[in-house]
Ligand binder design. Sequence first.
Ligand code: AKB
Length: 314
Amino acid sequence: MKKDKILVTGAGGQLGTVLVKALQKHKGRASVIATDLYVKPEKERVLLSLDATNATAVEKIIEEYSITQIYHLAAILSAKGEEQPLQTWDINLKSLFTIFEAARKYKVNKVFFPSSIAVFGASAPKLNTPQDSCLDPTTVYGISKVAGEQWANYYYTKYGLDVRSLRYPGIIGHQSLPGGGTTDYAVDIYHKAVQREPFECYLKKDTALPMIFMEDAVRATLELMEAPKNQIKTRTSYNLNALSFTPEQVAKSIQKWYPNFKITYKEDYRESIAQSWPSSILDTQAQEDWHWEPHYRLDDISNEMLTELKKKYD
Ligand code: AKB
């Protein structure tokens, strides 16, 4: 069988940074072509510059490296997206079409497209939101993800393109910084704690959101992509559950290691985005179809985050 050659877009982002390393470990360093729009010179990792909205550039890379799989992570997230709605729509959808079209044209075997809990809105149940709830998002990011899910299903049904997708909760990791998301506070709070600084939270203390630890998020992605094709029954995007918590709960967890840690609350526009999202989600289909199971609970995450970030700041 031909060896996989994997293209990753948005490889310099929060998830991309860690996913690329995991892919390199599983598939071999030379098998992963990591790309991003802006490339900082780095010793350790080779990141190629690629504008994922540029069809010619994308096709050139697919051809040049004989790409067999694509992880298309490049996108503008929820909070940043609200600052420039039209540009966000344009970038998120244009890059998606470029990738799907190029994948179809060059007969790429599999494509991964990240969706989000941001696809849900007011009409979905707030607690234990099921897979097939009504999708009426309030953010342009959420709208772009709903459209992306439908296009994923379209490319699968019409062209047989094997697109697979997860609705990620907020991702918490120490390896990289998130940017432009509503759930970013759950990473920033740990950075403040290890620097022994107080944290001002832009969400209310009791606003619960679904979250996932980076290791679980990366494992879920790889497990979904490795699952046999006939097990993938959801061709829009799978709900992915790990845990849910409020800012107050994460602060209390941090105080088990840093008893003097202080949190204050000053809500901004991100609170209303968070209010429009589920507090918790159900992922029965992911469990049934490809046996998804999260490993990290809140105190496990706090332990890992605080230990690893302390090494970075010390
Ligand atoms: C965001 O907050 O925009 C993202 C997401 C939940 O998709 N982290």
